[in-house]
Write a protein that binds this ligand. Sequence first.
Ligand code: NAD
Length: 318
Amino acid sequence: MKYIVTGGAGFIGSNLVDRLIENGHEVTVIDNLSTGRKENINPRANFLQLDITDEKSIEPFFKGIDGIFHLAAMARIQPSFENPDLYFRVNVLGTRNILEAAKKNGVKRVVYSASSSAYGDSDVLPLRENFKVPAQALNPYASTKRIGEMLMVDLGKLTGGPETVCLRYFNVFGPRQSTLADGPYALVVGIFLGLKNQGKPMTIVPDGHQRRAFTWVNDVAEANMAAMNSQKVGNGEIINIGSGVSYSIWDIAKLVLESPNATPEQLISSGKCVLAPKRQGEVKETVADISKAKDLLGWEPKMNFPDGIKKLLEADKK
Ligand SMILES: NC(=O)c1ccc[n+]([C@@H]2O[C@H](COP(=O)([O-])OP(=O)(O)OC[C@H]3O[C@@H](n4cnc5c(N)ncnc54)[C@H](O)[C@@H]3O)[C@@H](O)[C@H]2O)c1
């Protein structure tokens, strides 16, 4: 099949491109390299350095394409407070442009990378797709990703556009995740591994008891491929792609430091961890109910979090 992967130079997109190419598909990457890296892109993919906010420049390349994996986005929470307008242009208008270009060229299906941030700070866990989305999002990133889900319905089959499906990822981790070098807003696993390599203490955002369900990047790639092929979706369905088990920031520090029995107090007093400034707009806990993914996509995660961390630690030692 011929696929476009937007954001294919980024963390998740580049891993997905590798899997698609391994499976014999022809892949075109559209990416403006704003956060992605050219060296992430599989050399067997066609690469177009284009911006999804410019519909005219991308539209001609959608001709003859079977499906789009739409991952390009401004993808971090904290910078969205500083530049909400950029988030709106890329995540909302850019997503609208992808759907329009897909419609004009008769592309069959768009698989959209949505986010568990749509749930806000729910006290009811695990998070299920039929939960009401809070009227006010915790941050501009979450709003823009949620609007993307709505566009998948409004500009999808409902109005003569492509089939669509929305995958709500829960904290993704794995090879090519952002690292310390990508700045303070890289994701926690990448930051902790980088700090460990530099012999520096882990920086714990208070109080460290916030919990996240993590998802291995290859499992996310598998979910995308299943969503592209499943006969049971196509009408903008929202599907959790995550794990039913959550880990606290302290748990992550213990796994990365390979100190399974240390208490938070010991990690602080030994200098292995230090407290970082508090952050706004982040939730207490995420845990995914994945029964819908099992039912509609036949998907469930294969990698558990501690094994994934071990794999990343081993790769760092090599
Ligand atoms: N990483 C996670 O834990 C996570 C969780 C939930 C949802 N998501 C979603 O998954 C997708 C991929 O996230 P990621 O972690 O790989 O982020 P990433 O920043 O590594 O990848 C995003 C890619 O999009 C590209 N891009 C940004 N703006 C663009 C534009 N205007 N035109 C073309 N390309 C552009 C970037 O250069 C980058 O390569 C995003 O849509 C994100 O919202 C990620």
